[in-house]
Write a protein that binds this ligand. Structure first.
Ligand SMILES: *Cc1c(COP(=O)(O)O)cnc(C)c1O
Length: 392
């Protein structure tokens, strides 16, 4: 397979250089047979690693039974998946989408509809956070806090302003009579792995309660067990009004969702929103399998047990290379290592040595491995990373 030929046919929005062929557990194999330890999990998607037998069997059975019927009808996998997701999030009602960005679109529409139901004159203003990432479609891009992602695509949706993450006063300054929602990641991913402060989230919850503003927590990356609880906000003792999920929700089958508390969810009526594929039986059978396997394999417990080891090993590297590593931060199996050297160079040197890592922002390495990672994988990763840091 010739990469030059591929680049002739694809719109050029990615820098890529490996052709992967298959995966097994924590490892990926390229078309030449070279083996790579995968600590990126397809950008925090493949939580169960590659080739989980029960997951594959579930999908194959569903393919034989029924792949798609549209949302004009119910299917058993979609009903079961909705129940699992409500139980896991503590929300009351869900809507399935095909991606994360669509989950954000739906969440923003729901928040605006909720405000509209109270007051048809409400301008539906939304407060988002600096350095946030919520997706690439127009609405999600409008609330994404990185200016250079947004600028070429103006005009975006109106009524959006940006507060400083973890700064409650900066949020309060932006609140008006027309504010309908605050949207943020519980733990910022793409923007460089920044966890929310407990005090900030609690104050924000209080502010939203007082003003009846919808609090949307984007858990597309940090949710589904990655931080050691099913959703990261469960460690903060608060609940959002709307939560978005995707990435590991289907562990590789494209699926997302937004879920809301009943009071907010009820603002939507037939005709207000929809999707052709969203929540189809193939996608939702994957969601069901993911929840069932998480439970059977005690994935959350495993994340809580293994993640302190990852943090410890990353901090050891930070002490060994104080001039190259600025900081290690994160929660559970979602860690960032901020460097004083460009992250892309480290990522590509690691790839040459058989380690898949990804970056977040320009100078942060992002560690979002499959949740089935064991100590031996973390050791193997650190050996390679140590060598690369030593040479760079
Ligand atoms: C990846 C991501 C999205 C967008 O999801 P897509 O499936 O790529 O559309 C939105 N929010 C967060 C926090 C993400 O990490």
């Amino acid at each position: 397979m010739d990469i030059k030929e591929a680049d002739k046919y694809f719109i050029n929005v990615y820098n890529r250089n490996v052709v992967f062929d298959h995966g097994d557990g924590m490892y990926l194999y390229d078309t030449e047979g070279k083996k790579y330890l995968d600590m990126g999990a397809g950008i925090a998607v493949s939580a169960l690693g590659y080739g989980n037998e029960e997951y594959k069997r579930g999908l194959k059975e569903q393919i034989d039974r029924l792949i798609h019927v549209s949302n004009l009808y119910y299917t058993e996998p979609s009903i079961k998946a909705a129940k699992y997701l409500c139980e896991a999030t503590g929300m009351d009602k869900v809507f399935f989408t095909n991606s994360g960005t669509e989950a954000i679109e739906g969440a923003l529409k729901l928040a605006r509809k909720y405000a509209f139901e109270k007051n048809t004159k409400c301008k539906g203003e939304i407060i988002a956070m600096e350095h946030s990432f919520h997706g690439r479609s127009m609405g999600a891009l409008s609330v994404t806090g990185t200016k250079h992602y947004r600028d070429p695509f103006e005009p975006l949706i109106g009524g959006v302003s940006f507060a400083a993450y973890n700064d409650i006063e900066s949020v309060k300054r932006l609140v008006t009579e027309d504010t309908c929602a605050v949207i943020m990641e519980t733990l910022q991913g793409e923007g460089g792995i920044y966890p929310a402060d407990k005090e900030f989230i609690c104050e924000l919850r209080k502010l939203c309660d007082e003003k009846d503003i919808v609090l949307i927590l984007d858990e597309i990356q940090c949710g589904m067990g990655r931080t050691g609880t099913m959703f990261a906000y469960q460690q903060y003792g608060i609940k959002p009004d709307i939560v978005t999920s995707a990435k590991a929700l289907g562990c590789g089958v494209p699926v997302g969702a937004f879920a809301a508390v009943e009071r907010v969810a009820n603002a939507m009526a037939p005709g207000d929103h929809g999707t052709t594929y969203g929540g189809n039986p193939l996608a939702t059978s994957a969601v069901c399998k993911v929840f069932e396997i998480f439970k059977k394999q005690n994935i959350l417990e495993h994340v809580r047990k293994i993640s302190p080891y990852l943090t410890k090993k990353l901090n050891e590297l930070a002490s060994k290379y104080p001039d190259k590593i600025k900081e290690v931060r994160g929660i559970g199996l979602m860690q960032g290592m901020e460097l004083n050297i460009p992250a892309t160079e480290v990522v590509s040197a690691c790839r040459d040595k058989g380690l898949i890592l990804i970056s977040a922002g320009a100078n942060t390495l992002r560690f979002v491995p499959p949740l089935i990672s064991e100590r031996e994988h973390i050791d193997e990763m650190c050996r390679i990373l140590d060598k690369v840091l030593n040479e760079s």
